[in-house]
Design a protein around this ligand. Sequence first.
Ligand code: UD1
Length: 417
Amino acid sequence: MKSIDITGGNTLCGEVSIQGSKNAALPLLAASILIRGVSVIHNCPRITDIFSMIKILESIGCKVSFIGHCLEIDAKDICNTVLPEEYVKVMRSSIIFIGAMLAREKEVSIHYPGGCVIGDRPIDMHLEALQRLGVEFTEEGETIGASVRELVGSEIFLPFPSVGATQNIVLAAVLAKGTTVIKGAAKEPEVTEVCRFLQKAGARIQGIGTETLEIEGVAALQETEFTVVPDRIVAGTYLLAGAATRGAVLLENAPVWQMDSLLLMLRNLGAKLHIEGDKIFLNGEEADKSIPFMETRVYPGFPTDLQSPLMAVLARADGISIIRETIFEDRFRVVKELNRMGARIFQKENQALIYGVKRLGGMDVEAEELRGGAALVIAGLLAEGRTKIAGLSYIERGYEDIVRDLRCLGAKIEKSE
Ligand code: UD1
């Protein structure tokens, strides 16, 4: 199993540029099949989730070229509506192909999607919303079949602002007959970005960035070019790593405008921040404060994807912190490994009580999922001695090259088999 080796205990110091956003880019790849021609996506991160999406696109007949960070997708001819189980299963976001395929081909067959092992993660809201647009579903074993004679706009209320469900409905609605109104839509930047991409291609969408989206179906979309925003979760991970090691870190190309809740959290930890344009300088010398209580929230609240990395920082804070996870019910899997490294974290249901300790010790640990893996990297940077983190492949789902980036910040870190 590929792993990461870290010799911890040194202060991070340096600068790093932030990659394109995983969660903003993934829905663009699904959106590209709505365009009977070429989509050019710049600043696309070279991560395994993107490679899996490309495999899915190729399997249905798209021609894809991915040179550097420029992804070109030619979706002129689609010849297959059965999505390959092998790639669908590794990634929950493959679910958004349902909306896009229905809009383009009126049918699709897809294995239940996989992804990180964080809770049950049902897809009921996706399916119910698409039914409102006229879609019929069948289930055979673990495969969902979906078909529609004609997508017809409707009013949809989401009981929870699901990011994926909102994206899925938007993808289905842009080419539907009539108008679709989504009430209770997710406001995450990753929803905004796919709407902007579609708008650029000629879609009619109003209310972008709000909880009510109004989509008036159009007959066709045009070829388009788009640049992926930098990744707010990767940026947050590196700032938290800087704070954890009491370091001095400069991020370039950071999506500052999407990061209010994280920047506030860093200040509460005691870090000093200086922001200029898309650059963030963090001085973590005094970032040793505990956080008496915090909870994850939908955007613009504190992102659930940074909860585990934050927990690793709080493991060595001066005092007691409480984290409540409100988005995913099983996002504390990393607690066990952090405690093996010397942390004192007690989890009950969706809350974790973290007693800050003076030191963590390096050892062999295993990442079980993407963001928990990033948290173990931060713990490894903090810990005295050597930490070996197995399960690098999980981390590579979202971080283009975490070893390269952290080396830019002076970390003693390398990949190993
Ligand atoms: C996306 C992000 C993920 C992030 C999450 C929340 C991508 C590829 N992934 O995931 O990194 O952590 O948003 O910001 O963009 N739910 C249901 N039924 C549904 C759909 C969702 O119960 O039909 C629940 C989920 O189990 C979860 C909550 O709603 O508890 C939020 O899920 P959702 O916003 O849909 O997250 P994703 O789009 O899967």
